[in-house]
Design a protein around this ligand. Structure first.
Ligand SMILES: Nc1nc2c(ncn2[C@@H]2O[C@H](COP(=O)(O)OP(=O)(O)O)[C@@H](O)[C@H]2O)c(=O)[nH]1
Ligand SMILES: [Mg+2]
Length: 543
């Protein structure tokens, strides 16, 4: 190994906690750019079920894994040892190779191994501290051995073709986190599809890699080597270092020293000074370069989500228009006062009743006030029921027309800014009273009429009369028009009816406000895709 004095990479002078000027960190702006990208990608949930959204979610998860497991740890700790991940199919000789390079069994090899096993990472004891924060370590056994060249760490990965999905997933995750892919296969299996898929993926990601061909029959070394080089060339991989390990015959344990010496030597060279830095920089550049189209792809999927959000919002008005018209029309149809309101008025408007022939009589004043209060409470109840029905009609229309497209959107319980049906019913009745009181500012005839009605019914009672009249209760209309005069009475009734209709319409439209509030998410914002594209553009500086 090199002296260490000239190393640009891979060493901490002491563990005093003082910042070490020789310990390189990424230019903080690159770390910031990748960190910002990560944050924006993480915020992107693809909540609207468009075609292709599952694929976009997968790509997003893969990108986050790549950032979390490889790029960010690498940028935060440029001096951490290079992760050399030994990968390949079952029985390719991965574990045997790792053990043989180290001259000691650190990872179980052979046919008798447990099906699930945590990957084993072997590093030099002095590199332990630099590796400590790496997120992949949480899922691995770590072993410190002097035999590992300082500056690299070897990972015996799970079988890529394992029958267990979790093993296969871990193997891929390790490769995405690797600084160097050391791909193992055997002379009898290198023609299989898997090795070439993996090598293509490494090339696509721009990862540094090398290939180990195990169990090469002695008499086939030359043929196999030239065939393999041809294939590597055809995949654009002619510069990949290639190691042929001769077949050791039936054996258990370590391979002969001479068979693995070239691999060990190469690792040692790799661990030295600029070499390792070069490998890491190359893989880092490679993954930065693949990030850009990847982020571009996600930005497009985000744009589709934003467009869908805009389309849903545009459709809302149309979806709610007909229930809004229908509910508002209920008022004019007299539907709101059917039942309790009419029967309460009728109960007191018979011969001699306080709302009937005794209207205006001084003696019946108390009975009249009580009767009006009773009608008033029925009016409140009826208006409330109508307003609740309007709110429901809006919500039903949204569910029927847009429910599937909104399935994953969490809507707030209450639409923001919409008054509750209870409050609206009371406000409507209060407004009817206020309308009578407001006549004071009109001409003398109106002033006299208003004064008469207020004297007969009181402020809230006058509101009850006008409100009942506005809902089509005939006897109430008679009272109102007699007190106020026909024309003025009718105008007041119409205004009061229109007021309730408007409040019902607003309750229907509240369903739309609820949807809009649910769609008010950062990943559906107008500029959501532009933000990702900006992150992508910033990365260009480093690739
Ligand atoms: N005959 C023969 N067997 C080998 C050779 N190299 C490894 N093996 C055996 O192949 C089996 C699988 O090796 P292992 O390292 O566990 O493969 P892994 O699944 O890739 O980790 C073990 O039983 C090894 O002893 C070799 O050169 N010749
Ligand atoms: Mg193994």
């Amino acid at each position: 190994m090199d002296s260490g004095a000239t190393r640009a990479w891979g060493r901490v002078a002491d563990s005093s906690g003082e910042p070490d000027p020789e310990r390189p960190v990424a230019r903080s702006s690159l770390l910031d750019a990748v960190g910002d990208l990560r944050r924006d990608v993480a915020e992107t949930g693809f909540p609207l079920p468009l075609p292709g959204v599952d694929r976009a979610r997968e790509r997003r998860a893969e990108l986050l894994a790549q950032l979390d497991d490889h790029l960010l740890p690498r940028l935060r700790e440029l001096s951490a040892p290079g992760l050399v991940v030994v990968a390949g199919s079952t029985g390719a000789g991965k574990s045997t190779l790792v053990n043989s390079v180290l001259g000691e069994e650190v990872t179980p090899a052979g046919v008798l191994r447990p099906t699930t096993r945590r990957p084993v990472l072997v590093h030099h004891p002095a590199d332990g501290e630099l590796l400590a924060g790496h997120p992949l370590l949480a899922d691995m056994e770590t072993v410190a051995r002097e035999a590992v060249p300082r500056g690299v760490a070897l990972v015996d990965a799970p079988d890529m073709d394992s029958l267990l999905a979790e093993n296969r997933e871990m193997a891929h995750r390790l490769l995405e986190g690797a600084d160097l892919w050391l791909f193992c296969t055997t002379a009898s299996r290198y023609g299989d599809a898997l090795p070439w898929q993996v090598l293509d993926r490494a090339a696509e990601r721009g990862a540094a890699m090398a290939m180990v061909l195990n169990r090469v029959p002695k008499d086939a070394v030359v043929t196999v080597r030239s065939d393999l080089l041809k294939r590597l060339g055809a995949h654009g991989l002619s510069t990949v270092p290639l190691f042929l390990v001769p077949d050791a015959g039936p054996h258990e344990g370590l391979l002969p020293e001479a068979s693995v010496a070239p691999v060990r030597r190469w690792l040692t060279v790799l661990a030295g000074a600029d070499r390792a830095q070069g490998v890491i920089a190359r893989t880092q550049r490679g993954s930065l370069a693949t990030l850009r189209p990847w982020v571009g792809e996600l930005a497009e999927a985000v744009q589709e989500q934003v467009d869908e959000r805009v389309a849903i919002e545009a459709e809302l008005d149309g979806v709610l228009a007909s229930p809004a018209d229908r509910m508002a029309a209920e008022v004019g149809r007299g539907g709101v006062s059917e039942g309790p309101v009419r029967s309460a008025w009728a109960a007191h408007s018979g011969r001699g009743g306080p709302l009937g022939s005794a209207w205006g009589s001084r003696r019946a004043a108390d009975a009249r006030a009580a009767a009006l209060a009773e009608v008033g409470s029925e009016l409140l109840g009826a208006a409330r029921v109508a307003l609740v029905a309007a709110r429901r009609a809006g919500e039903r229309a949204v569910t029927a027309e847009l429910g599937e497209r909104l399935a994953a959107i969490e809507l707030p319980d209450e639409p923001p800014g919409a008054a509750s049906p209870d409050a609206e019913a009371q406000a409507w009745l209060d407004a009817a009273s206020a309308r009578v009181e407001g006549l004071g500012g009109h001409d003398a005839k109106a002033r006299r009429g208003a004064a008469r009605l207020l004297k007969q019914a009181g402020t809230s009672g006058a509101g009850v009369v006008v409100a009942a009249a506005s809902l089509g209760v005939g006897a109430a209309q008679v009272v109102a028009e007699r007190a106020l005069g026909g024309e003025l009475g009718r105008t007041l009734n119409d205004e009061t009816a229109a007021d309730l209709a408007a409040r019902m319409r607003a309750q229907v439209l509240a369903a739309g406000a609820r949807v809009r509030a649910g769609l008010d998410l950062p990943d559906l914002a107008d500029d959501a895709a532009a933000r990702l594209r900006l992150r992508r553009a910033v990365l260009k500086e480093w690739t």
